[in-house]
Structures are given as C-alpha cells and as structure tokens.
Design a protein around this ligand. Structure first.
Ligand code: GRF
Length: 193
C-alpha cells in the first residue's frame, strides 16, 4: 500500500472527497488527516470517515519534529495538501521531495503567493474582471505556489458571478479532478522505481 496523509486546516470538503475516492482502492490508502486547527470541521469529517487525526500547532510544525515523527509513525509516502493554510517547513519538504501535492483554487502563476488563499483568491479574480479561473494542482517546493504544475483546468466566469459563486464552480472542479490527479501522479511515480 502507498500511504497518504491529507493536510487540512478548515472545512475539509476536499479531504473528505479524496478519502471517499480512495476508500476501496487497491494501492493507495488515506492514513490520517494532519490538521493545525482544533476547530476545523475537517476533524468531524475524519471521525465520520474513521480516519485518525494528528493535531499540531503552527509553532510545533515550524519548530519541532513532531509532525515529521507522526508522518513516520503512520508510514506516510505522500502528503496531500487540501485547504492547508500553513507553509510546509524545509525539514518536511526535504524528507518528501516531489511527494507533496497541493491544489490552488486559481490558474497559477496568476493569483498565487502570499495572501492568496481561500476567498481572497476568488475576490481578486472577480475584481480583476477575469473571464476565467480554475484549479492548479502542483508539487510543493520551498517557494509557495511555485512547484511544478501537474494539472490545470479552467472554468468560465460570467458577469453574474461573484466570489461565492466562483468558489462553488472551482470547488466542483476540485472534487472532480483532485482525487484522479493524485492517483495518476502516485501510480506513475511508483512505476518509475
Ligand atoms: C479549496 O478551494 C482549496 O483549493 C483551497 O482551500 C479550499 C479548501 O476547501 N486551497 P475545503 O476545506 O476542501 O472545503
């Protein structure tokens, strides 16, 4: 089995969707949710899904080996970020080179980088009167939102759209594509060994 950990900070609808997708998978297993927010709704979802959770603070993530130790304990091979709001520190990136995937709710390299998360992204896209947005699935490296892009898919924006309706469209794309792209990436990655 190839084991994945999902990193999540809030609602966790992608985390749940990914977990359900891999529930009866023959090669890939979601082993745990790693979460930095004890109020996150994702923790309730984990309970319903019978997935263990690892809770830690931002300080513990940045300044200790607690998270790394837990990743080892669960024998994790890949990290999947799904609405995770903190930066992954160097020590973890080094242990998982090209094995950390993130999804960004816009078409990178536009609308990425510092401050571009959650609704801020959709507000910026709407304010700039773009006629399309979408999703970007990419590898995580030392610089935020700058890792190799694995997949992009766009959706159109009409004059009726606002940040909320755009967020809904983008979420639909995320649900449809993120699990499949994770699966494709991991399987291709392991065929090369
Ligand atoms: C998603 O739009 C994801 O792309 C972004 O944060 C949002 C998380 O939503 N980085 P959810 O927690 O999966 O519902």
């Amino acid at each position: 089995m190839i084991n994945i950990a999902i990193f999540v900070s809030g609602n966790g609808s992608n985390a749940e969707n990914i977990t359900r997708y891999f529930q009866d998978h023959s090669q890939i297993k979601v082993k745990a949710f790693f979460c930095n927010n004890k109020e996150a709704y994702a923790l309730q979802r984990a309970k319903t899904l019978h997935i263990p959770t690892v809770l830690f603070s931002g300080k513990e993530l940045r300044e200790t080996e607690i998270v790394l130790d837990q990743l080892k304990k669960y024998n994790i091979h890949y990290l999947i970020l799904a609405g995770f709001m903190l930066k992954i520190p160097q020590n973890i990136i080094q242990q998982f080179p090209n094995r950390i995937l993130n999804i960004h709710p816009a078409l990178l390299p536009k609308y990425g980088g510092k401050g571009m998360y959650g609704m801020h992204v959709h507000e910026a896209v709407i304010n700039a009167r773009e006629n399309k947005s979408g999703i970007t699935i990419h590898l995580v490296n030392e610089n935020y939102d700058e890792g190799v892009i694995l997949f992009q898919q766009s959706c159109s924006i009409t004059s009726d759209d606002n940040p909320e309706s755009l967020a809904t469209k983008v979420h639909q794309l995320e649900y449809k594509h993120y699990p499949q792209e994770i699966e494709k990436f991991i399987i291709a990655d392991n065929k090369m060994i």
